[in-house]
Design a protein around this ligand. Structure first.
Ligand SMILES: Nc1ncnc2c1ncn2[C@@H]1O[C@H](COP(=O)(O)OP(=O)(O)O)[C@@H](O)[C@H]1O
Ligand SMILES: [Mg+2]
Length: 493
C-alpha cells in the first residue's frame, strides 16, 4: 500500500486541492494521441472515427472538439415560394446580415408610449380613454369601468356610425380601432403618423419607421431552421430518420391558403443541417444501419434536401433542395462493429480524416497516477452531490484501476482507462460517505463500494466460468450485449 503514496501527491490534503483544467480536451486522460488528433481535426475540419470499448472517452473527445471550432457564420432559412409553395427556397444569411436585420427590426418597432401621453382624441379612438368621463382603461373593456357608459368613439365614421358603436357595446362587441392615422405638420410638409394599439400601451410610428416596415413586409416570408446562435456540437445517437435528416410536418389542411400552414413554415432541420459548420457526433454509428448512406450523401454534397419523410403525410409533397449540411463527422463505434460501417463511408472518413483506436489502459507511472487523481477530482466535481476524497481513498481507486487493467485487459502494471465504470465506483463510494455523513470519502467507503458494487473477478468467473470464456463470448452477438452489460456499460447512476 505504501508504494502508492509518492511524494508529489502526498502533499495534497484531499482531492479537492487538485486542479481541473478548464479546457475540456485536457480533461480527457490517457488518450493523448486521440486528443492531439482531435484537436487537429477540429481546426482543419477533418472527420474522425473513434474506435474503442464503451466508457473510455469517445463522447468526451467529440464534445470537446467543439471547443476548437470557429463559431458558425451562416444561418439557414427557408423562404416561401409564391409560385410553388411546395418548393420553398433555401436562403443563407451571414452573421453580419442577421445582425443588421435584427437592428432593422428594432428600428421598425416605433416608440411605445403610455395612452395618457397620446393625444386624447387618439386615446379615445383606440379605446383607452372614456370620452364621457376621461377615465383610462383597457381597450378590451367595451364599457368604461368608471362611469359604465359605452366607450363610444366619436368621429369614427364606420358604415353604421355611432349607432353601431352603442349597439356593439351593449353586446360586448369591441368597436374601437386598433390603428389611428394622423397627419402633422413637419416643417414645410405634412407627415403621417400612426398610433397602434400595443397591449395596454400605444405604439407610435413615424414616416421613416413606416417606410422601413413596408420594405420588410415586401420580402417573402421566411423561417429560420438553423439559427446563427447555435451549439456547434450536435449529438445524433441512434437518431430516427427524421431527427437525422429533417422533415416537413404534416398539416391536415395541406397547403390550403386560408386554413393550412404554408409548407415553408412546416420545414424542420435535421441533425445533419444543425451540425452545419460544426460537429455531427454519431455514437455507435453502425446502429444507424441503412441511414449511413444518407450521411455519406450529405458528406459528399455538403448539403441534404429536406422533405416530408412520412409518405402518408401532406409534408411528403414538400421538398427543399440543397439545404447546407457541411459538418465534421465524428463517429464512434466498438472494435467489433467496424465491419458494419458502410465501407464507402469509412473510406470517406479515412480519405479526409482520421481513424483512432482508443486506449484501454495506460502505464502505471507517477505521472499517470496524477492524471488519475485529476480524473477523480473531475468526477466528484461534475457529480456535485458527493464530497471529495482523502488521498488514502484515492489510492484505493488507483489500486482498483490497476486491478481492472489486469483482469479486463490482461495488462500488468497498467491502469484501466475504462473510466466510466471507475467513475461509477467513485460515485458509489461518495453515496456511502454521504449516507454516513462523512465530510470526505474515506478509504473505508471505497472498500465498501468495491465490495458492494464491483466484485469484478468474482462476477466474471461466476458468469462465464473463466476469463477466457468471457473474452471469447465477446465475439458472439447473442452474448455480446450480456458481456457489455456486465463489464462495460455498468453504471451506478
Ligand atoms: N479518458 C477519460 N478521461 C477522463 N474521464 C473519462 C475518460 N473516459 C471516460 N471518462 C469518464 O466516463 C464518462 C463516459 O465517457 P464517454 O466519453 O461517454 O465514453 P465513451 O463515449 O467512450 O463510451 C465521461 O463522461 C467521463 O466522466
Ligand atoms: Mg459515449
Amino acid at each position: 500500500m505504501g508504494t502508492f503514496y509518492v511524494d508529489s501527491y502526498n502533499d495534497y490534503p484531499d482531492t479537492s486541492y487538485i486542479k481541473i483544467p478548464t479546457n475540456p480536451l485536457e480533461r480527457v486522460i490517457g488518450q493523448d494521441d486521440a486528443v492531439k488528433i482531435a484537436m487537429v481535426a477540429a481546426k482543419q475540419r477533418r472527420h474522425l472515427l473513434l474506435v474503442g470499448p464503451p466508457g473510455v472517452g469517445k463522447s468526451m473527445i467529440a464534445q470537446a472538439m467543439s471547443f476548437y471550432i470557429e463559431r458558425p457564420t451562416e444561418e439557414i432559412r427557408v423562404v416561401h415560394n409564391p409560385q410553388y409553395p411546395e418548393r420553398p427556397f433555401v436562403e443563407i444569411k451571414t452573421r453580419e446580415e442577421v445582425m443588421a436585420e435584427r437592428e432593422e427590426e428594432t428600428s421598425t418597432s416605433g416608440i411605445i408610449i403610455d395612452p395618457k401621453d397620446a393625444p386624447t382624441s387618439v386615446a379615445e379612438r383606440l379605446g383607452y380613454r372614456c370620452s364621457k368621463c376621461g377615465f383610462y382603461s383597457s381597450p378590451s373593456d367595451a364599457v368604461c369601468p368608471n362611469c359604465n357608459s359605452p366607450k363610444v368613439q366619436m368621429g369614427t365614421q364606420g358604415p353604421f356610425g355611432d349607432v353601431f358603436n352603442v349597439i356593439g357595446a351593449a353586446f360586448g362587441v369591441q368597436n374601437n380601432l386598433d390603428k389611428v392615422t394622423l397627419t402633422r405638420r413637419n416643417g414645410d410638409h405634412d407627415e403621417i403618423i400612426v398610433y397602434e394599439r400595443y397591449n395596454d400601451k400605444i405604439r407610435v410610428l413615424d414616416e421613416k419607421t413606416l417606410e422601413r416596415r413596408r420594405r420588410l413586409e415586401k420580402k417573402s416570408p421566411s423561417k429560420t431552421i438553423v439559427p446563427i446562435d447555435r451549439n456547434p456540437f450536435v449529438l445524433a445517437t441512434g437518431a430516427s430518420e427524421t431527427e437525422l435528416l429533417g422533415d416537413v410536418r404534416h398539416d391536415p389542411y395541406g397547403g390550403h391558403p386560408q386554413l393550412g400552414t404554408l409548407p415553408y413554415e412546416r420545414v424542420i432541420a435535421g441533425s445533419v443541417h444543425e451540425a452545419h459548420q460544426g460537429v455531427l457526433f454519431i455514437d455507435e454509428i453502425t446502429h444507424l444501419g441503412n441511414l449511413q448512406r444518407y450521411i455519406l450523401t450529405a458528406m459528399q454534397e455538403k448539403s441534404f434536401p429536406i422533405t416530408g419523410r412520412n409518405p402518408q403525410s401532406a409534408g411528403a409533397s414538400v421538398r427543399v433542395d440543397k439545404v447546407p449540411a457541411d459538418f465534421i463527422l465524428v463517429a464512434a463505434c466498438n472494435i467489433n462493429d467496424l465491419p458494419y460501417i458502410l465501407s464507402p463511408l469509412r473510406s470517406r472518413i479515412v480519405g479526409n480524416g482520421y481513424e483512432i483506436l482508443m486506449k484501454t489502459t495506460m502505464k502505471d507511472t507517477e505521472e499517470n497516477r496524477m492524471k488519475y487523481l485529476q480524473f477523480i477530482s473531475q468526477e466528484i466535481t461534475m457529480d456535485g452531490k458527493i464530497p471529495h476524497m482523502t488521498m488514502e481513498a484515492a489510492g484505493l481507486i488507483i489500486e482498483e484501476g490497476k486491478k481492472r487493467a489486469k483482469i479486463i485487459d490482461k495488462k500488468n502494471n497498467e491502469l484501466t482507462l475504462r473510466l466510466r465504470e471507475l467513475g461509477g465506483l467513485i460515485r458509489a463510494a461518495g453515496d456511502i460517505a454521504v449516507f454516513k455523513g462523512n465530510k470526505l470519502i474515506e478509504k473505508e467507503d471505497v472498500e465498501e463500494a468495491i465490495k458492494l458494487y464491483v466484485p469484478v473477478e468474482e462476477k466474471i468467473t461466476k458468469e462465464y466460468g473463466s476469463m477466457a470464456a468471457a473474452y471469447s463470448s465477446e465475439n458472439t452477438t447473442s452474448q455480446k450485449d450480456f458481456y457489455n452489460y456486465n463489464l462495460d456499460d455498468r453504471s451506478y447512476e
